[in-house]
Design a protein around this ligand. Structure first.
Ligand code: R2B
Ligand code: URA
Length: 304
């Protein structure tokens, strides 16, 4: 069974679940928010940009950075974690920007996205752009390069996300917004003190064997087989590897959200498996997608 991409009538988030309408209350359990306990339209109705990334600390730092970049009052002060009542995810806002952590891997980001998308729906948000800013392993590209994903592919290099629903495999498209990717690339040219490119992103269910690493607790293949697989991925257009993009693209696409994935490469997987760069270098690499997205948001808001 294949599902097609959603549309968003009037720019609203398009939740595809007929059961939601008949629910008296919707508890967004992992976000510690709900339709009866919180006034979601008042709290979130003016959100226009949602940025998601794996680590809670990084997403707090991003919100603080956006606070400064947008010249908002209170810049430099601590930001409250909107999801403080749950220790699963962290959420911060800076003006029209919402910054949320999603943890590692597809199951973790899926849970967050179901609740985030319902949150945007309940809050009656319109014309929301959602961007995953993350880290990845590069493929044939210099460490520190930023990859803007045109298509998220699975570990067979196919643009699909398979979700098991009631025991059946449902196949979902992983197409992302091409115009948004081009807009981001154009934006990168203005701040480019680091290489930025558009390419396919391969999404896996594991960091070690699933990404062809030789350094996990288990490994059943040779170095030659690993390189043969990674070169096949490169020839299929893959330029980086991470663990959330297919689920992110599928869920956001079906719900009519314009979505992009922007990840920095921490290493070139054709050169090795271990991440050896110093904390300082890695910290600076992780700033790169944030700086690009800040420039993009500033430009969209007419501040650029
Ligand atoms: C990138 O980095 C994490 C693994 O280290 C994972 O969440 C991802 O997609
Ligand atoms: N994240 C990944 O998923 N893979 C890498 O190699 C680096 C970061």
């Amino acid at each position: 069974m294949t599902e097609t991409t959603g549309y968003s009538g009037g720019g609203f988030v398009h939740v595809k679940n007929p059961h939601l309408d008949s629910m008296e209350e919707d508890i967004l359990y992992h976000l510690d928010l709900g339709t009866k306990t919180h006034n979601l339209p008042a709290m979130f109705g003016d959100i226009k940009f949602v940025c998601v990334g794996g680590s809670p600390n990084r997403m707090r730092a991003f919100a603080q950075f956006m606070q400064r970049e947008l010249g908002l009052a209170g810049a430099g002060e601590e930001l409250p974690d909107i999801c403080a009542g749950s220790d699963r995810y962290a959420m911060y806002r800076a003006g029209p920007v919402l910054s949320i952590s999603h943890g590692m891997g597809i199951p973790s980001i899926s849970i967050m996205l179901h609740e985030l998308i319902k949150l945007l729906h309940h809050a009656k948000c319109r014309d929301v752009t959602i961007i995953r800013i993350g880290t990845s392993g590069g493929l044939g590209i210099e460490a520190g390069s930023v990859v803007i994903t045109d298509t998220a592919v699975d570990s067979s290099f196919q643009p699909r996300f398979e979700q098991v629903v009631l025991g059946d495999v449902v196949v979902r498209s992983t197409e992302l917004d091409k115009d948004l990717a081009e807009e981001l690339l154009a934006c990168s040219r203005e701040i480019a003190d680091f290489p930025t490119l558009i390419g396919h992103t391969m999404c896996t269910y594991d960091f070690y064997e699933g990404q062809g690493r030789l350094d996990g607790a288990l490994c059943s293949f040779s170095s030659e087989k690993k390189l043969e697989y990674l070169r096949r991925a490169y020839d299929a257009g893959v330029r980086n590897i991470e663990m959330e993009s297919t689920a992110f693209a599928a869920l956001c696409g079906l719900c009519g959200l314009k979505a992009a994935v922007v990840c920095v490469a921490l290493l070139d997987r054709l050169q090795g498996d271990q991440i050896r760069a110093s904390h300082e270098v890695l910290w600076e690499y992780q700033q790169r997608p944030q700086r690009l997205i800040a420039a993009f948001i500033r430009q969209r808001l007419g501040l650029g």
